[in-house]
Ligand binder design. Structure first.
Ligand SMILES: *Cc1c(COP(=O)(O)O)cnc(C)c1O
Length: 389
């Protein structure tokens, strides 16, 4: 691959080398625990680089390295580390840098289980967490304390989709000596490359769009050269190793990520526009709509939008919302997103400390899959009709 290869070319060529594998297009899936050394000298040699190469299944195999190198190339990262889930990627990365007495600035709109980890294990080990408004921008400077180790971002915000000023916050982190970490799952490495915006670490629940088929759990952390060794070391220390089949699903998902995401994007926007025109809907919260308060930031820092967004209904009783949800044929109800299938769930548990959203009616979170958009609109249309009954 040439060094100036564009994202779609990276997606198709990174992390594979047919000529070192009988010409087979895709790399093999290596199921490995024990790795044998030909001589005792070779075995001892690997002690010098305990986190590199292949020594033992948990530490890394060509299967994990293929996936990691492809994602790192896409993000423009010095290195990437894979994990058995997105949450494992997050908690291990936080534990790579935090210790008792440290302080972390955490965005208030963070993914729920990340917030839970802050309130449970991090609190137990004596890490102090301050939640900040996602729209704070450079104002975050005033919240940095002498012991602030990490500034954590997630953009757009979980459930409510606020956009963060990523370069502004990354600049403050750099200037104040903090590590910046962003959960970039929504955009994927294709639509946002936070390391190019000054962030130190960009992590993903690859479970979502990267795997893309709702059939594997996988996480990946893309690191700057300075942060990679610590993340890799902690992953090995915690024993957080993704399974070979899941890594393969992740790698295979990358091959079609560009095509899938462009269709997700177009379909998501079409349905967002349609919903915005419906009398039952108060507002559609989608960063790529000009009506979104963070639209200018999205336009500046992102090259596309995925198909997860929210919309608020006019005030109606819970029973009416339940009737809508239970009437749908193509929209499933389930956690997760990023697969080929559409989903619709109520977003009625929105934990916030400093930035509670102002809502006048029920909020729903929608994921647009790869179905025909006419079919999806017809399904939603008959569902919205049920609100009246
Ligand atoms: C799903 C999700 C995670 C966690 O990923 P898992 O693979 O489910 O553990 C983290 N962050 C975001 C934004 C997510 O949507």
């Amino acid at each position: 691959m040439h060094s100036d290869a564009k994202p779609d070319t990276i997606l198709t060529h990174a992390g594979r080398s047919p000529q070192s594998n009988y010409g087979v297009v895709n790399p093999p899936v290596l199921h490995a625990s024990t790795i044998l050394f030909p001589t005792i000298e070779k075995m001892r040699e690997t002690d010098l680089t305990p986190l590199e190469g292949t020594r033992y299944g948990r530490i890394g195999t060509p299967t994990s390295q293929a996936f990691e190198s492809a994602v790192a190339a896409l993000e423009g990262a010095a290195g990437a580390v894979s994990f058995p889930s997105g949450l494992s990627a997050i908690t291990s990365t936080l534990l790579a840098f935090l210790q008792t007495g440290d302080h972390m600035l955490m965005v208030d709109t963070v993914y729920g289980p990340t917030r839970k980890f802050c309130g449970s294990l991090l609190r137990r080990i004596g890490v102090d967490v301050t939640y900040y408004d996602p729209m704070i921008g450079t104002g975050i400077d005033a919240l940095v304390q002498p012991n602030t180790k990490i500034i954590y971002l997630e953009s757009p915000g979980s459930l409510t989709f606020e956009m963060q000023d990523i370069p502004a916050i990354a600049e403050v982190a750099r200037r104040r000596g903090c590590i910046s970490i962003i959960d970039n799952t929504w955009a994927t490495p294709l639509f946002c490359r936070p390391l190019q915006l000054g962030v130190d670490i960009s992590l993903h629940a690859a479970t979502k769009y990267i795997v893309g088929h709702s059939d594997a759990m996988l996480g990946v952390v893309c690191c700057s050269a300075e942060t990679y060794p610590q993340v890799k070391a902690r992953a090995v220390e915690l024993g957080a190793a993704a399974g070979p089949d899941d890594l393969y699903f992740g790698q295979r998902g990358l091959r079609s990520l560009g095509a899938r995401l462009r269709q997700h994007q177009a379909a998501g926007l079409q349905i967002a526009d349609w919903l915005a025109g419906r009398p039952e809907v108060t507002r559609v919260i989608h960063p790529a709509l000009p009506s979104h308060p963070g639209h200018a930031l999205w336009k500046r820092d992102y090259t596309g939008a995925s198909s997860l967004f929210a919309f608020e209904l006019k005030p109606v009783p819970d029973a009416a919302v339940n009737a809508l949800l239970n009437s749908l044929t193509y929209f499933g109800m389930g956690y997760s997103w990023g697969g080929y299938e559409s989903l619709l769930i109520p977003a009625d548990h929105i934990p916030r400390t400093v930035s509670a959203p102002v809502l006048s009616g029920p909020l729903l979170r929608i994921h647009i899959g790869l179905e025909d958009t006419g079919d999806l609109i017809a399904d939603l249309e008959q569902g919205l009709e049920r609100l009246k009954s």
